[in-house]
Write a protein of this length. Structure first.
Length: 196
């Protein structure tokens, strides 16, 4: 069993994959970096492997399918999942995994919405959608998760191995949040103040 597993789902990300792998190797040198290629048509897998990542494949398209495969195949004390678009700062990775190890959190949410992200995000409907989903989930489950749709999270072994992934696509982040609040799991928030 790995102590820390960094999980990177990706599809056609040859432009950013090497930098993301190397950044997280530097931030968490004791971690095993797993890149799960989602049937890319470019050189994502080859570049990730040459950068030192463990490369595996999920041939059914969709982020939910990739997360299901990752959570089934990888055993770790702590998991850190990050999108490969190079927008999440690796500098907070240590604090996120420490939320699992020291604070016994089951899920640590990398919160973009308390930073300059909303000012930099030019996608109007993305912001509105996040607000509507966040408000609905927090009202229904009496919780206060600030960023429901973030792709930067840390998890405990217990969370990963009890999470019945139903989603096929990008709704996976919402499903993770619902699972955590529905099962009364310990949730921590790590504010991401720097947004590149």
């Amino acid at each position: 069993m790995d102590k820390i597993a960094v999980l990177i789902p990706c599809y056609n990300e040859e432009k950013t994959i090497e930098k993301v792998v190397r950044d997280f190797q530097y931030a968490l040198p004791e971690a095993v970096i797993y890149v799960y290629d989602n049937n890319s048509e470019d050189k994502t897998a080859e570049i990730a492997e040459s950068a030192g990542a463990v490369v595996r494949h999920e041939y059914r398209r969709g982020k939910g399918n990739v997360v299901r495969r990752m959570f089934r195949e990888v055993d770790a004390e702590c998991y850190l999942i990050v999108d490969v678009d190079d927008t999440y700062p690796p500098g907070v990775a240590r604090e996120m995994v420490e939320g699992v190890f020291s604070k016994k959190a089951d899920m640590v949410v990398g919160d973009r919405l308390s930073s300059a992200y909303m000012e930099q995000n030019k996608r109007l409907f993305h912001g509105i959608g996040n607000f509507v989903v966040r408000k609905s989930i927090n009202t229904l489950f009496k919780n206060d998760i600030r960023d429901i749709m973030t792709g930067y999270r840390a998890f405990s072994y217990e969370f990963v191995k009890t999470f019945p992934v139903l989603s096929k696509g990008f709704e996976i982040e919402t499903e993770m949040s619902i699972h955590a609040v529905d099962k009364n799991m310990c949730i921590e928030t790590k504010y991401i103040f720097r947004w590149d």
